[in-house]
Every structure is written in C-alpha cells, then in structure tokens.
Design a protein around this ligand. Structure first.
Ligand code: NAD
Ligand code: UD9
Length: 431
C-alpha cells in the first residue's frame, strides 16, 4: 500500500481520495482552499454525491487534509482546469501551480498522476517540464495521465466501475499507475501514451456536446414544423443504430461545455465542433424567445426560474445555462426570482419555492431535478399560471388540469393546440 498525496479535494479529488483510503492506502489530501480543509477536518463533506458520506466514515482513519504538500510515494493531481471564457482556451494555472508544489518533494521512482482534463500535449509541454525542475527526468520519476470519466450524480459508482485509460510516459509508469487504480477500479484498464489519453478524454465529451447540439437543433426544427421532438426522438431511437440525445436549455458543467474548446485550441480544423458549441450556447436565447411570446403585453413581468444547477439532482452550478438565461431575462426587463431545492450558493439570490412564486407570471423549469415532479401545481399561488418546461420533466396534463398554460420546449404542436388557451389566459389576466 502506498502513501498518496492528492492535490485538489473537489468533485474529483475528494471522492478519489476516499476510494484510495477505503482500499488501504494512506491518503494525504492537499487543497489551497481553507474552507475545504476546515470542512473536511471537521468531518463534513463539502460536496454532495450519493454514497460519499458513508465512504467518508469508512475511509476517514486513513485520510487527512492539509494545505501543504508532504513527502509521498504517489502524487495525484485533480485540480481545476477552467476555460478562459474570453479567449476560449484552457487556463492551466492550477495544474502549473500543483506541479510547482510537487517538484521540490519528487524522488526517483515516485509516481505523478494527472487526472485533471488538459488540452492535448499539456503533459509533455507544460507539466513534465515543471516536474523536471526536481533534477530528475521523466522516466526517473514516473508519470501518467489518467483522465477521470465519472459522471456527476453517480461519481463514486462510475469511478469504480467505468473502464479506465492510463497514458504513461514509460512502461514502468503505466505499470505503477495500473497498480494504484486496480486497488479500487472494477472496470477494465486500458493503456496508451499520455497525449493519446489526453485526446481520448476530450473526444468523449466533444462527442456528447455535438450530439446534444444535434438534439437542440432538431428540437427547433420540429417546432418550426409543428411537431413534437420528444415523440420523434422516442420513435427514431427504436432504430438499432440511432440514439438521439435530449434537447434542453443549454449545456452546462465543468466538462462538456468546456472540453471541446480544449480539443480545438491548437487546431484550425474545427467547424462542426465550434458550431455545436454555438448551438448549445444559444439555447438560453431560444428559451427566452418562448417566455417573451408567453408574456407579451404583460406589464412589469415577474418570472420564476426552477433549478439553477447545470443538470438534475446535483448542486453543481458551474457553466450552468441558468446563468445566461437569467441575464437575458434581466436584460429583457423581467424581474427574476430563483428556486433550487439543492443549490446553496449561486450568483443570484435563491428563495424558497412559495416566495419565488409570489407575484410571478411564469415558471421556467431549467433544471430537471426529480423533486420538481413531486410539486402539486394546484397548491401554487402565482399571478399568472404559465410554465415553460425546457426538459420534458413534468406531467403536463396535471399542470394543464390545474389551469396552467404549459409550453414544452421542442413541442411545436402547442402552437396549434394551445394557442387559444394562451390567448385566453393572457387576455383574461392581463392588467
Ligand atoms: N467534476 C467532474 O465531474 C469531472 C469529471 C471528469 C474530469 N474532471 C476534471 O477534473 C479536474 C478537477 O475537477 P473538479 O470538478 O474536481 O474541480 P473542483 O473545482 O471541484 O476542485 C478542485 C480543487 O482543487 C483545489 N486546488 C486548486 N489549485 C490547487 C493546488 N495547486 N493545490 C491543491 N489544490 C488546489 C481547489 O481549491 C478545489 O478545491 C478538472 O480538470 C476537471 O476538468 C472533472
Ligand atoms: C461523455 C460523458 O458522458 N461525459 C460525462 C460528463 O458529465 P456531465 O455531468 O457534464 O454530462 P451530462 O450529463 O451529459 O451533462 C452535461 C450537460 O448537457 C445537458 N444534456 C445532457 C444530455 C442530454 O441528452 N441533453 C442535455 O441537454 C445536461 O443537462 C448538462 O447541462 O462530463 C464529465 C467530465 O468530463 C465526464 O466525466 C462524464 O462522463
């Protein structure tokens, strides 16, 4: 069993630390955020994931958290690699700082694992040169890029059961990294070189982004034709080689909205990938168009956003499409109130549900939290009963029976079926 220093105790580094600790390693977590250290040292996980609290109890005796890098056999880097949103290229300052914190401790035979997602060749061009300031060459210290592929909301399960890619700089590096991962990974482990591993990770998320863009474009085309994209998707997916994804209010998260830009930052052959990003980034504009047509003529409109995290059943708001939607709504002159049962901190104020609905003219469901399905529409008090469901989450018949005008995004049939209802609700209740 090894002594492993994990740098970065966030959504990836913390669960990984616990899996390593629960499987017999001594894990010293390092983070530069004092709040994270205080929370963990007082026994309270600072992030929410199924099974995390239980695993914390199990692994706690072999896990500690501190602000400085100790001597260790293995250094595992899981620090952020954000997108510079202005330049649309990667910002590698945190991986640079992590490598700089490691190199003074590095000894022959130590293993450095990079789990953070980076643009192709960043290991070779940026990280290894910093580690070599130790006086050791790559190969004397071992190095592998092992991209994390777990999905938020099911992180621990996927960390254990997904297949794993190990991209080592030498055969010895690959063998050493394989030994660490095989202590808790139940999926298969595949090996390659570091730059291929970097590329594979980015390709996976780009594949998903492009396919979501296709779904978003098809939803808009379906509306133009007065067709329901959700019915179309269900039927088309009966074909053995078709698997359409779901349209939505845009693509958020730390990965899918970011990684395509990492993939393309050093290439000019990027037409489809960039176009897909554009389609997904403009989905909040599409949602606001629907809201605008529902609230046409309403004076001093107030809207309520249901869900601000980037997807359902998690509290993570990074790159959430809710942010752009809210900004567009404010620019439109709407008063915006937000309700999210899971999120504690957000760029805008969050209110309890009934407060967020007071005086409101329209609910816009942005996030597909399961909890929203439990809401009884008959008990809600609003100024006007309108709802836009961007995720096809709700039981629309139930909402309609409670007197709501329901706009399902991607369902063009409503223009024809419910237009009269929309007209009636708006003119009856317009001040
Ligand atoms: N969140 C995911 O689901 C996911 C999935 C796959 C890959 N990734 C990748 O994993 C990496 C980490 O993502 P995350 O979601 O865990 O990020 P995060 O922001 O949740 O956590 C990163 C932590 O690293 C700390 N940190 C920053 N610089 C540091 C340093 N020099 N030394 C020690 N700690 C430092 C931060 O304070 C923070 O607590 C990113 O590259 C991300 O793209 C994330
Ligand atoms: C290839 C892959 O699977 N990668 C996963 C992904 O995790 P994620 O949580 O970011 O991924 P998603 O669940 O896809 O969500 C992203 C956004 O797309 C919206 N969406 C989704 C499906 C759909 O049909 N229609 C949509 O509109 C959704 O609401 C949300 O805003 O990246 C992680 C980090 O690299 C990986 O580790 C993890 O394996």
């Amino acid at each position: 069993m090894a002594t492993i220093c994990v740098l970065g105790l966030g959504y990836i580094g913390f669960p990984t630390s616990l899996l390593l600790a629960a499987n017999g390693h001594i894990v010293i977590g390092v983070d530069i955020n004092q709040k994270v250290l205080d929370s963990l040292n007082s026994g309270v996980p600072h992030i929410m994931e199924p099974g995390l609290n239980e695993l914390f109890e199990e692994g706690r005796s072999r896990f500690s958290a501190q602000g400085t890098v100790p001597e260790a056999d293995v250094y595992l880097i899981a620090v952020p690699t954000p997108l510079d949103t202005h330049l649309r290229i990667s910002d590698l300052r945190y991986v640079r700082s992590a490598a700089t914190m490691i190199f003074p401790h590095l000894k022959k035979g130590n293993l450095v694992i990079l789990e953070s997602t980076v643009p192709p060749r960043a290991s070779e061009r940026v990280i290894i040169p910093i580690l070599e300031k130790s006086g050791l060459k790559a190969g004397e210290f071992l190095y592998a890029h092992c991209p994390e592929r777990a999905i938020p909301g099911n992180t621990l399960h996927e960390m254990m059961y997904n297949d794993r890619i190990i991209g080592g700089v030498t055969q010895e590096s690959i063998i050493a990294a394989e030994k660490i991962y095989s202590s808790y990974v139940r999926g298969k482990i595949y090996t390659t070189d570091a730059k291929t591993a970097e590329f594979v990770k980015l390709v996976e998320n780009t594949f998903r982004d492009v396919n979501i863009a296709l779904a978003n474009e098809l939803a808009q085309i379906a509306e133009d034709y007065g067709i329901n994209i959700w019915d179309v998707t269900e039927l088309a997916n009966r074909h053995p080689r078709v698997n359409l994804l779901k349209p939505g209010p845009g693509v958020g998260g730390h990965c899918i909205a970011v990684d395509p830009w990492f993939l393309t930052e050093n290439s000019t052959n990027t037409g489809m990938i960039q176009l897909s990003r554009d389609i997904n980034e403009t989905m909040p504009n599409y949602v606001i168009q629907h809201v605008r047509s529902i609230l046409k003529g309403v004076r001093e409109p107030v809207i309520t956003v249901f869900g601000v995290s980037y997807k359902g059943n998690i509290d993570d708001c990074r790159e959430t499409p809710a942010l752009k939607f809210i900004q567009l709504a404010l620019n439109e002159g709407y008063q915006v109130k937000c309700f999210d049962p899971l999120v504690k901190e957000f760029a805008y104020d969050l209110s309890p549900m009934h407060e967020a609905l007071e005086g409101s003219d329209c609910i816009i469901l942005i996030t597909d939290h399961d909890q929203f399905k439990e809401i009884d529409p008959a008990t809600l008090l609003m100024r006007r009963k309108n709802i836009v469901d961007t995720r096809n989450l709700l039981d629309h018949q139930r909402w309609r029976s409670a007197g709501y005008y329901v706009k399902l995004m991607g369902d063009g049939r409503e223009q024809f079926l419910d237009h009269s209802l929309l007209e009636r609700v708006s003119s009856e209740e317009r001040p």
